[in-house]
Design a protein around this ligand. Structure first.
Ligand code: HEM
Ligand code: HEM
Length: 282
């Protein structure tokens, strides 16, 4: 139980150490009965301190006589509330609901941008480019899709950093590191807009290699991080399933277009060869 101040997780999950109680308490007593220990104390309230925070937790193991780390499921993290001693009211998880809402917003923004829009943009670039009738539409579609995806993605990324800075002591390093890498590579990729040499410039080949390599890395890491995020938040299974279905559909479309564009390119090539053998340049 604590005073009415903001509830915060401890900075680090080191083993608990014995120490003085930070609050003014008197009449400390304990009883041990049938494997259950109860501790009683009277909490002295200061002036105007009618509302106290309470936290509770469950854990299954004790190591060297000290409770071990508890689980981090959403219910464990939501185990807090406030108790109004004057009005005799209690409310569950004060700020927890709004934190969960923020996490959901973070998840949706990131899943839609890094996890769906950027892969769609790459599909547009890779496959529409093959069809002459789609030139230059594919280019504008690709650029718009990626700029929107990047914009929403950076907003989502920022909400992640904000969430991370509020929950001190809990660090999801893999998710965080992939997130920061994604932001850096995505930003680098947008420089494509400024650095792109003309189509027939001798450095264009290098630009293409850089843009493809960074682009596919962003897409793969983006999808991986969506799964990492789903693992951390562990919402209802249907969300993970829904995302898997979306990715499977995009993968299916990509495979199909891979085959179609391969055939188109092959027939283009053979018609060019035919033209060349007739002395007509293709
Ligand atoms: C985060 C943003 C972006 C990502 C993730 C991305 C990703 C990709 C990927 C994966 C490809 C390769 C498709 C293939 O296999 O052929 C590609 C191609 C291309 N992208 Fe982007 N892109 C982004 C932003 C941009 C921007 C802002 C431009 C504007 C100049 C651009 C212009 C192009 C062009 C011209 C190609 C075709 C290159 C070629 O093969 O000739 N991209 N992009
Ligand atoms: C690929 C896109 C994503 C990026 C770039 C991203 C980025 C981040 C970053 C930078 C953090 C802060 C980590 C820290 O400082 O400890 C974070 C935290 C978090 N993210 Fe993501 N994220 C992504 C996708 C998702 C998704 C799809 C979900 C959920 C479905 C999610 C759920 C969370 C949660 C629950 C946290 C923890 C907040 C806390 O510390 O309590 N993320 N994310």
């Amino acid at each position: 139980m604590g005073r009415q101040s903001t509830l915060q997780h401890p900075r680090r999950y080191a083993p608990l150490q014995e120490g003085p109680i930070s609050y003014r308490v008197s009449g400390l007593e304990a009883e041990y009965d049938g494997g259950v220990m109860r501790i009683f104390a009277t909490l002295q309230l200061g002036k105007g301190e009618g509302v106290v925070n309470e936290v509770w937790q469950v854990g299954s193991s004790v190591v060297n006589g000290v409770p071990a780390k508890h689980a981090f499921a959403p219910e464990n993290l939501a185990a807090s509330g406030t108790l109004d001693l004057i009005r005799g009211e209690s409310s569950a998880g004060g700020g927890v609901d709004s934190t969960l809402k923020k996490k959901n917003i973070h998840g949706v923004l990131n899943a839609v941008s890094w996890g769906i829009l950027l892969p769609i943009g790459a599909i547009i670039a890779r496959y529409l480019k093959t069809f002459k009738s789609a030139d230059p539409a594919w280019f504008y579609l690709h650029v718009s899709c990626q700029i929107i995806g990047y914009g929403v993605g950076v907003a989502g990324w920022a909400t992640g950093l904000n969430l991370g800075s509020k929950s001190k002591g809990i660090v999801y390093s893999t998710h965080r590191n992939i997130g920061i890498t994604l932001f850096s590579l995505g930003t680098l990729q947008l420089f494509a807009l400024l650095l792109r040499p003309k189509k027939d410039h001798k450095y264009r080949l290098y630009w293409n290699i850089y843009h493809h390599a960074v682009g596919y890395t962003v897409i793969i890491l983006g999808i991986v991080n969506v799964f990492e995020g789903l693992q951390i938040l562990s919402p209802e299974n249907k969300w993970k399933e829904a995302y898997i279905i979306v990715i499977a559909i995009l993968g299916g479309i990509a495979l199909l277009l891979e085959a179609v564009t391969w055939i188109v390119r092959k027939s283009d090539k053979s018609s060019k060869l035919y033209d060349a053998s007739n002395g007509v340049s293709g």
